[in-house]
Design a protein around this ligand. Structure first.
Ligand code: MG
Ligand code: MG
Ligand code: MG
Length: 308
C-alpha cells in the first residue's frame, strides 16, 4: 500500500480529470496531506498538448488500489468509472461536478460537488477559500480543464461560474484563451494514429443502473464525416466490447466541436433505448444526428438513464 494519499480522476482520463488531480494534489498538500497525483490510464492528445505547452510530464499511472489505501477522487464518483479496489479504499475526499450515483463509504469524508461545467472551476473556488496561490502552471491546468469540459464555453454544461473563472484566468495568465483553447481542442481531435478499439476507449464511460450495463463513448472532431468514414471498423470494435463486457447498449458519440452537433452510433440489445431517449429513429446504419447535442453528462446520459 502507498503511504501517500493518491489523488486521481476517472478511467479513460480526459483533460479535466488529469489537470484537476494535479490541482487538487497541491491543495491537499497545502492542507497537510502527503498527497500524490496519479492517473487511471493513458493521457489523450488534448491533454498531451497541455503538458507540452507547460513542459511538464504526466503523473504516474496506477490500475488498482490496495485495501485501506487513502484516496481523493476528482471529476467522478461512480464505481464503474473509478479505480479497481475503490470499495475497500479509504476515501478522504471527493471533488466533483457529476451526478452522484452509487457512492457509499464506511468513513466520514469531505464531499464537495457543484453543478459547474468543470471540476477545475470547483477547485478554483477552493483555492480562493484557502488563500492558495494560483501560479502559471496551476492556472494553465485550470484554464485547460475548463476549455476542455465546456468546449470553449459552448457546452450547455457551462455555467456563469465557469465563464467567470475562465475570464479571470485568461487575464491572470496573459494568454489568448480562445486561440490556445482552439489549438488544444484541435490537438484532441487527431485520432488518425489510433485503432478503432483505441478510438472507442478514448473517452468511454460505463454506467450501471437498474440491472443494465451500458457505455457512452465520445470523440471530438472538427468534421463528423471524418470519423464516420471509419464506421465499419468502429462498429466492429463496439460489437466486440458489447460481447466482452456483456453490455446491453453501447452509444458512440461523434461530437462536432465547431458546429456543436453530435452523430451517435447505437448498438446492442437495447439500442431502441437510444430511439426512446432522443425521440428519433436510428437510421439503417444504426446512427442518428443529434442537433445541438454535445454533452454526455447533460444531454446524453440523463435521457438514457430516464428511459431504462
Ligand atoms: Mg471528466
Ligand atoms: Mg469534468
Ligand atoms: Mg468530458
Amino acid at each position: 500500500m502507498d503511504d501517500k494519499v493518491l489523488v486521481f480522476g476517472h478511467k479513460n482520463p480526459d483533460t479535466d480529470t488529469i489537470c484537476s488531480s494535479i490541482i487538487a494534489t497541491k491543495l491537499a498538500k497545502h492542507l497537510g496531506y502527503d498527497a500524490e497525483a496519479v492517473r487511471l490510464g493513458k493521457i489523450n492528445k488534448e491533454t498531451e498538448y497541455v503538458f507540452n505547452y507547460l513542459g511538464i510530464e504526466p503523473q504516474r499511472e496506477i490500475s488498482k488500489v490496495d485495501e485501506g489505501q487513502k484516496i481523493i477522487l476528482v471529476d467522478h464518483n461512480e464505481e464503474a468509472q473509478s479505480v479497481e479496489g475503490r470499495e475497500k479504499a479509504e476515501v478522504i475526499a471527493v471533488i466533483d461536478h457529476h451526478r452522484i450515483a452509487d457512492f457509499t463509504t464506511t468513513m466520514p469524508l469531505y464531499y464537495i460537488a457543484k453543478p459547474y461545467g468543470c471540476t477545475a472551476t470547483v477547485l478554483f473556488e477552493l483555492y480562493q477559500q484557502h488563500n492558495l496561490e494560483i501560479d502559471k502552471e496551476i492556472g494553465t491546468l485550470m484554464l485547460s480543464a475548463i476549455i476542455s469540459d465546456t468546449l470553449l464555453l459552448k457546452s450547455p454544461t457551462c455555467t456563469e461560474k465557469d465563464v467567470e473563472v475562465y475570464n479571470k484566468l485568461e487575464e491572470m495568465l496573459e494568454i489568448n484563451a480562445k486561440e490556445y483553447g482552439l489549438n488544444m481542442l484541435k490537438a484532441g481531435t487527431d485520432i488518425s494514429a489510433l485503432t478503432a478499439k483505441e478510438v472507442i476507449d478514448l473517452d468511454a464511460k460505463e454506467f450501471m443502473e437498474k440491472g443494465k450495463k451500458f457505455v457512452v463513448a465520445q470523440v471530438n472532431t472538427a468534421d463528423i464525416s471524418d470519423v464516420f468514414s471509419r464506421k465499419e471498423d468502429i462498429s466492429f470494435a463496439m460489437e466486440k466490447e458489447i460481447a466482452d463486457k456483456k453490455l446491453d447498449l453501447f452509444v458512440f458519440v461523434i461530437t462536432d466541436i465547431i458546429n456543436t452537433n453530435s452523430k451517435i452510433i447505437a448498438l446492442g440489445e437495447d439500442k431502441e433505448l437510444a430511439e426512446k431517449a432522443f425521440g428519433q429513429e436510428l437510421d439503417e446504419d444504426d446512427s442518428m444526428l443529434l442537433e445541438g447535442v454535445v454533452s454526455r453528462k447533460k444531454q446524453i446520459a440523463p435521457p438514457l438513464l430516464e428511459n431504462l
